[in-house]
Each structure stands twice: as structure tokens, then as C-alpha cells.
Design a binder for this molecule. Structure first.
Ligand SMILES: [Zn+2]
Ligand SMILES: [Zn+2]
Length: 715
């Protein structure tokens, strides 16, 4: 397609980051011609093949070079400049460049995916219109809000955060008032100067609507309602663009968001809060597999912003990094640990009761003592919460005669039985079938569910509690919240509202209900079948289970006044075959530090993270042979080439993933490990080219895709 743009006498070559396909080998930056020098960070529209795409002008030594009248013939001019938008600053570009390097992605892919999607489709004229629409900043110092008093623990944490550099690990038990500490630190930042900004990240914003309300209530009176904006994937594209622009132009002083918000352009950034920092959802699981928590620490240091990582059960990485100095370890960790052990106005932590299921009749779902305890609570008008981390009715259907199982035809996994709509659904590829009337193999009508999910739990509890009455003589009400009941927009909010309004006596659900909700009247929490995680092949499973149970326990008895009025203590019940397991022992004592010490000792002995650094290379193909063959070849090639860092790096043999086949694609992975992060990074950077060459070899023609996951969360 010939370009008709008139070529001025003097043209400037500029480097532009554009979204190129992964592993396309096109390089990180493309060169274009511009009639005038453009500052790095300027957004431009440029031709790419037959299309016109959004790009970001990037810094290169050549930017200053002027090709007087002798523009290289193969370079095309840019199409337009998105004027009126301040350039993305060096801090933002540094962050994006670092993330691309560290997570082994192309710079253009990362830069463009960090921008709001709608920006890609706007012409300069449309953007100018958007920018005009944003109202001016209004700030009203008359309306300074009155703060509630802080406890000595909170005051100490706040003082330390304002006087030291951090990064800080705010280790506070559930209900210790971490949010108030965040609010105070944000306030201090906003008072520093008229342009300062704070970023507050949460794992899932839809689960914590109260947080947004609290920030708005605290800061809107003084700084205006537009000073607080959200950024998360649940928003519409226009909303997201509007809020992104507000952050970029400095109009928004506070950004509340999920992991994607770590890439928000915030020129005045002075504070980053990562709440529930241990939560796995801070790790992106597709595309660039970044950890928003780890990037927060990097960004904080690079942009001179303080960083607070808050949790009642910090990740073992953060816990280890915040270890105090000792005689044996005079340096200590790089992070500063702040401890807030007390629960404010929320009574005591629940008493933990373990039921030894080896003493219960086989196939018992609800042990008699647990059922009695729930019944008692219902009769007193209190609420209970029952956790099971598996949705659906039963994980598999089986034929009692021939042993047929409801396997997914496309995956190495069972199709889950959903009784409500009589379907068999694969939770990996989504394939859905009607439940057969008889066994597809032998014709026997005797097909039965094996194991149980939340649907069945709800049903069984309903049968067991039939006849149990509430204080007003009406029957007990049971409800379920999981990914199946909350598929429709707004469903979760309305179901949560029902629980808050006291219209539910027993709430059954997956880990979704253990997170963040401030249920005031829950006095009993039960995990009916947590043992699966104890013997998982994933070395982080115990850590995650402990965090989940602690978080769930924290849901009980959050309202001290209510608890006092009821006169009953709150309880956390665990049904297990292994009551003496360290997870449950530590849970009983609410002793995260003891649990962490034990786990860290195990990890140190086995040289696992945080004492080693890992990356996974995954290969997808139609057959395991092809997938594993590619990985093996790439490994051999790395050794043949004697890549840098290799002397400190171990490449393990390729293995199939736990769920080896999904949607007819065979998946294999190879673990790469090193005691030194820098060596691993050096190796991975050099290995990229080798992987691409290996990919191009006709021997690996059947390979569908490959990807690198740095610091993977699941092995
Ligand atoms: Zn059969
Ligand atoms: Zn499937």
C-alpha cells in the first residue's frame, strides 16, 4: 500500500514499541520516520503491515539522530501523534522495560497490554475530545475528614512507615486494622504535595466493595470524588480509559485496583499498598506472567515510592525477605516487618476444633459434632459458613457395573457432574454434555456420583437440617456461593447482600466466600474436606491451605459487640484424617510464624523457593513426544552453546503437566532452577534466541506454542 504522506526535508528516525506477535523475532522496537523529534513516551499511531496500530515512542540512542533528506527508504512515516496526552514518563517506561526483560516477553507486547484497550482504537481527534471532557481537579481543604483514633500498634506501624524506607511487610492478623494503616499512609502521601499519588492493590476488587467505599468516604470530602478511581478487568473499556487517563494526568490521587493496576501510569506515585500480598491472583496466568506484588517492590524502589505488603499470612517469600537480623544472620532480610497481632473490637480469634475423620463412619460428610454445632448456631439465630474447594455436585460420575467414568473426551480430566442442570462439564475446556440416562459403555442405568462438590454439600446439609428451626420458628435457610451461582453480573453482590441482611443461616461455598467479606454475624466456619492439599505434588499447597483456613477463620466473630451480646464464642471447625498435621496444629494456635518457620526449614533443606529461583518452560503440541522433544532439544542446545549463567542453572528433564491434555492439546513442561536469581535471568535472556531457533527446526513442526513462566506459582 503506497503511503501518500508528503515527506518533509528533514526526517527524524524514532523507535516505537508496537504489539508484535509473541516470538515473532521482529525485535523489541520498530523504526519509523517523524517530521519532528518526539519525546519518548509519546503515543503515536503507526502503520504495521496493512494495519495502523498504537505505539509508544521509546528511548534509543538513535532518537537524536537526524537523517537530513536521506531517510532510509525502507522506513515508513508515523501516521499521527496522540497530542494533548502527556508522554508516558521514564518511570513507567522503565517499569515496562524491566517487566518485559524479567518475564521474557517482548517490550511492545508488554507496553501495549499495559495500556487501556480503548486507547488502541482512538484517533487523535477522539482522544482530544475525551481529554476535554475530564473536569478540573477540585480540592477542598475545608472538608478535611476526622480520623478515628488508632491503636498503639497501628500508630507504631504508621510511624515506622513514614520514617523508614521499607519495603514493609505489614503482618497483621485479620481484624487488626490494616486498612486504617493504609488509609493513614495514603493520607500522609496526599498531604505531601498537590500532585502526589497512591496505588492500593487488592486481589479481587469485586469481593471487596467495602474497600472502595471506605477510601471514597475518607478522601472524597477533601479531594473530590474523582480523586479515587478503580482499575480492574471488570470495568467497561470506556470506564477503564477514563480512570486510566485520570491517573495518568494526575487528576486521580488514589488508584484502587487489581494486579493490572501495577502498570497504571502514575507520575506522582509515592506509595504502593499490596493488600493480601500472599494471594495467588497477583500472578498473571497468561501472556506476560508477571507478579504484580514483585513488580510493586521493584517499582517502589525505582520510583522512590514506599511499598506496604499487607497480610495475616504473608507469602513465605515476603516472610523470609523480612526476617529480622540475628547473630547468625546479621544482615537480616531486605524488607522491614511490622507486626500488628491484636484484633480491634472484634473479640478473640475463633477457637479451632479438629474432628478426626478416621474415627467417623466411612463416607461421613458432616460429622455429628459439627452438625450439632451448626444446628445450635441456627437455633440461636447465628450464621455459619461451610467451605469446600470444589464446585459442582460430584467430581465424576461412574458406572457401578463396568467402571465407566465421565471423562472429558478432550482432556485428561473428568467431567464434573452438575445436578442442578443435569450436565457433565469439563472445568478445563468447558465441554458440556447432558447426563446420560444409562452407561454409554454397557447400558447399565446404575451410574452414580463419586466424591462431592459444593452443590451436593448444599443438598446434603438441607436434608440433614430439615426440621431445624430458627429462633422465630421458621426453617433454617441454606445458600451456596461459588463460581456457578455467581456467573451473572451482579449475582455475587446480591447474594452477599442476602448474607449480610441475615437472610441466610448457613452459607456453603468455595474459597470465594473466605476472602475479604465482612460478615458480621458468622460465628462458625467449617472446612469439611481440606486434606487434599496436604499431599499435593505442588510444594506451595500447604502454604495456600494454611492461608485459606486462616482467612476463613478470620471471617468468624468479626463483630465483638455482637459476639458479646450473643454470649457465645466463635469457632473454626476442620474435619481431617490428619489432625496432627503441622497445618492444623499451627492453625489451632493461630500461629503463622511457627507455621512459616517450619515450612521455611523444609524449603531450605530441599533448596526450594525462596531459597532457589525457578522458571518453567511449557510446550503445547498435539502429542507429548513433540512437546517434550522440543523441550529436550532446547535444553541440549543450551548446553551445546554453553549459555551464560548455565554453570549455576539446573535444567530438569521435561515432564507432562499434572493435567496433561486440555482441549486435545498435550502439555509438557521443564523446570529450570538456580540458587541465584541473576544467573537464572542471564541464562533465560540468552536462551530466548536458542528457543526460537529450536522452534524453527522442522523436527518440531508439530509444536503449537511455548512460553516461559518466571517465578511460577504452580509447579
Ligand atoms: Zn457401564
Ligand atoms: Zn475438557
Amino acid at each position: 500500500m503506497p503511503n501518500k504522506t508528503p515527506v518533509p526535508d528533514t526526517l527524524h528516525t524514532i523507535a516505537v514499541a508496537v504489539q508484535t506477535p509473541a516470538h515473532s523475532g521482529m525485535g523489541d522496537l520498530l523504526s519509523y520516520l517523524a517530521p519532528a523529534p518526539l519525546p519518548a513516551g509519546t503515543l503515536v499511531r503507526v502503520p504495521l503491515g496493512q494495519r495502523e496500530v498504537l505505539g509508544v515512542v521509546w528511548d534509543t540512542p538513535e532518537t537524536a539522530q537526524v537523517n537530513e533528506g536521506t531517510a532510509p527508504l525502507n522506513l515508513r512515516p508515523i501516521s499521527s501523534v496522540l497530542e494533548g496526552l502527556p508522554p508516558l514518563d521514564a518511570a513507567w517506561r522503565d517499569l515496562v522495560a524491566f517487566a518485559a526483560r524479567y518475564y521474557q516477553r517482548s517490550l511492545g507486547e508488554l507496553a501495549l497490554s499495559a495500556l487501556p484497550p480503548q486507547l488502541r482504537d482512538l484517533s487523535p481527534v477522539q482522544l482530544a475530545r475525551r481529554l476535554r471532557r475530564t473536569p478540573a481537579v477540585e480540592s477542598n481543604t475545608q472538608n478535611a475528614t476526622k480520623n478515628i483514633a488508632t491503636t498503639p500498634e497501628q500508630s507504631k506501624a504508621i510511624a515506622q512507615i513514614s520514617s523508614e524506607n521499607g519495603p514493609f511487610v505489614l503482618f497483621g492478623s485479620t481484624g487488626s486494622g490494616k486498612t486504617e494503616v493504609y488509609l493513614r499512609c495514603v493520607q500522609q502521601v496526599l498531604e505531601q504535595a498537590p500532585h502526589t499519588q497512591a496505588l492500593v492493590m487488592v486481589p479481587e476488587i469485586n469481593l471487596t466493595p467495602q474497600l472502595e467505599d471506605r477510601f471514597t468516604a475518607r478522601f472524597a470530602p477533601q479531594y473530590g470524588a474523582q480523586a479515587v478511581v478503580s482499575l480492574h478487568s471488570g470495568m467497561t473499556n470506556p470506564q477503564r480509559l477514563k480512570n486510566w487517563l485520570a491517573a495518568h494526568t494526575g487528576q486521580a490521587r488514589i488508584v484502587l485496583g487489581t494486579r493490572m493496576a501495577i502498570f497504571a501510569s502514575m507520575p506522582g506515585l509515592r506509595l504502593i499498598v499490596v493488600d493480601e500480598e500472599h494471594d495467588p491472583s497477583y500472578k498473571q496466568q497468561e501472556g506476560a506472567r508477571y507478579s504484580a506484588r514483585d513488580l510493586a517492590v521493584w517499582r517502589g524502589r525505582a520510583q522512590n515510592a514506599k511499598v506496604i505488603l499487607g497480610s495475616a499470612t504473608p507469602s513465605l517469600e515476603s516472610w523470609h525477605a523480612s526476617r529480622p537480623a540475628t547473630a547468625q544472620d546479621p544482615e537480616g532480610g531486605r524488607y522491614v516487618r511490622l507486626h500488628m497481632p491484636s484484633r480491634i473490637g472484634q473479640g478473640l480469634l475463633p477457637r479451632v476444633r479438629r474432628v478426626d475423620m478416621t474415627h467417623q463412619p466411612r463416607r461421613t460428610v458432616f460429622s455429628a459434632p459439627l452438625l450439632a454445632a451448626i444446628t445450635e448456631r441456627v437455633a440461636r439465630g447465628e450464621q455459619s459458613m461451610v467451605l469446600l474447594n470444589r464446585r459442582g455436585y460430584a467430581p465424576v460420575l461412574q458406572c457401578a457395573d463396568c467402571g465407566w467414568k465421565s471423562d472429558c473426551p478432550h482432556c485428561s480430566a473428568h467431567q464434573v457432574f452438575h445436578k442442578t442442570d443435569r450436565t457433565l462439564r469439563c472445568h478445563h475446556c468447558g465441554t458440556t454434555h447432558r447426563v446420560p440416562r444409562s452407561c454409554p459403555t454397557c447400558g447399565s442405568p446404575d451410574i452414580v456420583p463419586l466424591g462431592r462438590g459444593t452443590e451436593q454439600l448444599e443438598e446434603q446439609l438441607g436434608q440433614l437440617m430439615a426440621g431445624v428451626l430458627r429462633p422465630d420458628g421458621t426453617p433454617a435457610r441454606i445458600a451456596r456461593i461459588d463460581a456457578d451461582t455467581t456467573r451473572l453480573k451482579g449475582a455475587l453482590q446480591s447474594q452477599l447482600a442476602q448474607v449480610h441482611a441475615g437472610e441466610v443461616d448457613v452459607l456453603v461455598g468455595t474459597q470465594m466466600i473466605a476472602k475479604g467479606h465482612d460478615f458480621r454475624r458468622i460465628t462458625l466456619v467449617a472446612a469439611v474436606q481440606p486434606d487434599g492439599a496436604l499431599f499435593s505434588s505442588d510444594f506451595r499447597a500447604a502454604e495456600r491451605l494454611f492461608a485459606l483456613l486462616m482467612q476463613a477463620a478470620g471471617r468468624a466473630g468479626r463483630d465483638a459487640a455482637y459476639m458479646a451480646a450473643q454470649g457465645s464464642g466463635c469457632e473454626m471447625w476442620v474435619q481431617t484424617q490428619h489432625p496432627k498435621h503441622v497445618v492444623f496444629e499451627a492453625l489451632r494456635q493461630h500461629d503463622y510464624p511457627a507455621f512459616a518457620e517450619q515450612q521455611l526449614a523444609e524449603r531450605a533443606a530441599a533448596a526450594m523457593p525462596p531459597f532457589a529461583y525457578q522458571a518453567l518452560v511449557r510446550a503445547d503440541a498435539r502429542s507429548q513426544e513433540v512437546a517434550q522433544g522440543f523441550l529436550r532439544a532446547a535444553s541440549t542446545a543450551a548446553h551445546t552453546a554453553g549459555l551464560p549463567g548455565l554453570e549455576h542453572v539446573t535444567l530438569y528433564p521435561p515432564i507432562p503437566l499434572t493435567i496433561q491434555r486440555v482441549a486435545n492439546v498435550e502439555r509438557a513442561q521443564m523446570l529450570i532452577e538456580s540458587p541465584h536469581r541473576a544467573a537464572l535471568q542471564r541464562f533465560l535472556a540468552a536462551w530466548q534466541a536458542v528457543l526460537q531457533t529450536t522452534r524453527a527446526d522442522p523436527a518440531h513442526k508439530g509444536l503449537l506454542r511455548w512460553l516461559v513462566d518466571v517465578d511460577p506459582l504452580a509447579i
